[in-house]
Design a protein around this ligand. Sequence first.
Ligand code: GUN
Length: 286
Amino acid sequence: MKIIDGKAVSLKVKDELKEQTKRLAQEQGFVPCLAVIIVGEDPASQVYVSNKKKACEYIGYKSLGFELPESTTQQELLELIEKLNNDDTVDGILCQLPLPKHIDEETILNAIDYDKDVDAFHPTNVGKIMIGNYHMLPCTPAGVMELIDSTGVSLEGKNAVVIGRSNIVGKPMSMLLLHRNATVTICHSRTANLKEICANADILVAAVGKAGFVTEDMVKEGAIVIDVGINRNAQGKLCGDVDFERVKEKAGAITPVPGGCGPMTIAMLMKNTYNAAVHRRNVIDK
Ligand code: GUN
């Protein structure tokens, strides 16, 4: 059994981007610029946003932070997005979710210029992912693909099972696996025979949001198990959706929480920011 080291894989992606960014600065005279917006004071969101800014610093991107009060109106937020859409020096715009209840998330996500939508949440980018012609990667699913690829296992013809059907993870995850010729099953809270379906998976991706949801009897011997969950257990400790200690004895490869998918999501956001910059600025990337 192999424990997949998300920190190491993400560092490799970030180091490659660092090199590419150095080259952009030397040869093209600019570095990518990411604008990050946070509304309100959700502590988890503040940690995520701070990690995103740190990643920008590490790679050498410019980052702009907008920390808006909880009382910000939808109109004010839309005006800021419009300003950033029209700012030619800004390559990527990220509005951290969740937003306060008085702001409609869909309206905000639709307002971001889809060429700057580094989360790939805009319907145009979602559609492109469905078709298979995209340069904005859905960050968490794209990170999962990198982790699977780090095992060296081919996806062609394999049974891949995704537990969870969210717009952010489950649905785009299934598309990326499908584009790589896996046979994909999406399971959710109404799925009958969940255990049997999962136990037939060569690749099992858990994105449920429930600690200890995936037990060893749901896992095929030698399967690749990717845990996208971020939960707190009864002791308040950070854990995923998979019963890691037991499942690791059966899996061929498995991601831990923390240190698995989490670092990859940010690395993929950084990759999108780079891709958005070279795409927008018509750079022929070598
Ligand atoms: N909140 C939790 N995950 C994400 C994410 O990937 N992007 C944004 N914008 N907000 C989030």
